[in-house]
Design a protein around this ligand. Structure first.
Ligand SMILES: CC(C)(COP(=O)(O)OP(=O)(O)OC[C@H]1O[C@@H](n2cnc3c(N)ncnc32)[C@H](O)[C@@H]1OP(=O)(O)O)[C@@H](O)C(=O)NCCC(=O)NCCS
Length: 213
């Protein structure tokens, strides 16, 4: 899939391996206190490399061509259960960055174990209906480009490519608490709240769906 669209100040295109160092920088700025960020830049790089290498990934970046700078990105994948199985297969690749993340922040051990259990649990679900499911796993823009329409542009492109890849819906989860602006952002893009659930040990999450017409 090859998109490349030039807007006033940026180009929207599919990500490549050479974009990932900057994607990590955007992630660190957009998600300062999140689990993946606390695992450190080596883990983040390995994580996004795994997403990018999944055959049915959707990984889009917005680039300021003049500054050669990535302003924002959205990543996800078609056939989400297959993706989590792929993650399981990549366990060994992620082992060293996970170890580095643990050494960087030993208090993360509980979350590391819980996260592993969560991925392993999802990967064991039956995958028949998952081929039409697209999951938007991460979207972020640099702080000084927030509220300029970039998030909306990236989401619109993600929806378009999901449709081209024959997905009939997109799912995502985001924090329910202290996260009104992100929840409002998704609602305004046409996502519908499916339900709210607790992600162990105590994280209240909203699950959203977008029906592709
Ligand atoms: C969520 C995020 C990607 C949105 O990107 P953005 O470029 O700031 O958003 P946009 O400027 O495209 O806004 C799109 C719409 O959301 C609305 N919106 C944006 N920020 C808002 C806010 N703080 N409160 C209410 N609505 C908001 C805009 O008004 C706009 O609505 P419209 O299309 O009806 O005009 C960005 O804020 C971000 O990177 N946040 C940190 C990372 C994060 O939390 N990601 C999501 C985790 S799942």
């Amino acid at each position: 899939m090859n998109i490349s669209k030039t807007h006033d100040h940026h180009t929207i295109r599919m990500a490549t391996l050479s974009d990932l160092k900057q994607v990590v920088v955007v992630h660190q700025e957009a998600f300062p206190n999140f689990f993946l960020t606390k695992m450190g830049k080596h883990f983040l790089y390995a994580y996004y490399k795994t997403v990018l290498s999944y055959p049915e990934s959707i990984f889009i970046v917005a680039v300021d061509e003049a500054e050669k700078k990535i302003l924002g990105f959205v990543s996800g994948f078609i056939n989400n259960i297959q993706y989590y199985r792929y993650m399981e297969q990549c366990k060994r690749t992620l082992l060293f960055p996970t170890l580095l993340g643990f050494l960087h922040n030993p208090s993360m051990i509980g979350q590391i174990i819980m996260n592993r259990k969560r991925i392993s649990g999802i990967s064991q679900q039956t995958a028949e209906s998952s081929s039409q499911t697209s999951e938007l796993s991460s979207i972020g823009v640099l702080n000084d480009t927030k509220n300029t329409g970039l998030g909306k542009t990236l989401t619109t492109e993600f929806i378009k490519i999901s449709k081209e890849k024959n997905a009939d819906h997109i799912i995502l989860t985001t924090d329910a608490r202290n996260n009104d602006h992100v929840n409002q952002f998704y609602l305004r893009q046409g996502f519908e709240l499916v339900h709210t659930f607790i992600q162990p040990p105590n994280r209240e999450m909203n699950k959203y769906i977008y029906h592709i017409k």
